[in-house]
Design a protein around this ligand. Sequence first.
Ligand code: PLP
Length: 398
Amino acid sequence: MPAPTLSQRALSLQESAIRKLDLTVALHPNVRWYRVNIGQPDVPTPRPLLDAVHNWDVNVVAYGPASGLPAVREAAARYHSRWSPGLEARHVAVTQGGSEALLFAFTALCDPGDEVLVPEPYYTNYNGFASVVGARVRPIATRLEDGFALPTDEVLDQHLTDKTRAIVFSNPGNPTGAVYGPETLARVLAWAERHGIFVIADEVYRRIWFDEAPTSALEFEQYRDQVICIDSLSKTYSACGSRIGFLISRNEQLMEKIERLGQARLGAQPLAQQMALSALALPESYYEEVRGIYRRRVDALMNALSELPGVKAPRPTGAFYAMLDLPVDDSEAFARWMVESFRHEGESVVVAPGPGFYASNDKGRTQVRVAAVLREADLRRAVELLGLGLEAYPGRLR
Ligand SMILES: Cc1ncc(COP(=O)(O)O)c(C=O)c1O
């Protein structure tokens, strides 16, 4: 009897770089792990979000509308109107995390064989969303030495084909920590309009920046048909498990199709949408507090890293990740060696290997990503462990 076979799409799905080492970590529950490999902050979720869950009082846990509860859509539109005036509830769809918003965007824009441009290194899961819809990520190199600046128009032109449907980037950047301002956004949007392609601006870290606020793609109302913005409760409110995100666009035809995609999965969870209502009602001072927390953490992380010989660590200007260049020639082997073999006083550190943030495995081989998701003292200890590990590593280069 022939064995049942899976689709090529399923077979081509990459294993997440971030999750790769988790299996080994799980085998050693007696080690104290400093997990700076994932974007799961230990910051307490604000009380009003938890109260919203406790106070939810219904007789029937019913389905909600496909594009989200009207009150949540209105609240999200009002919130984004603080810097992108004129947004209305109909421009917002509530999704199951920013992840589903991205998946919906890729689904709505791409047919099999289409291409999506992505400045590299990039958030690994873009590969997954592209694979699911049969599209291909076409990476465009950016460099650690230039602070991962977005490529020039000439470089973008070189990567454009008749299959290109969109350019997607996160601003602030995961894993780069780069923040794109008004000139960069204006340039890329104008370029996208000239070529009739969409811009998917993944702004899930928008509230976390250290020098200048990132510019939202939604601020450019003239590109109403081009722009799709992705937002989420996960990082801003330390509510990763709420699984609530937003897809926001003024493109009416697109929003109609997003509503249909939403209908196919019958709506995002109404209980978690209560958290969204509380989150979106928080005062501006809340966001200043969050920025302060991550600024102190990133400072602690960078100060500690500056003490490590042979490690290059550009300071992130947003989000809470830093891409490091290490004196090793295979950061995957090094990260694995750390979790399998390196212990200091019963403790060790988990970092995310660089190649997972590139389209091909031969790039980012000297890099790792670390996330400032722990308290300052824990981050300092994590960097100390990284330094001790590098000293002890048999494959160290210099
Ligand atoms: C750049 C970026 N976009 C989207 C997401 C997905 O977030 P969510 O938890 O809202 O699905 C993440 C999560 O780490 C991310 O880093």
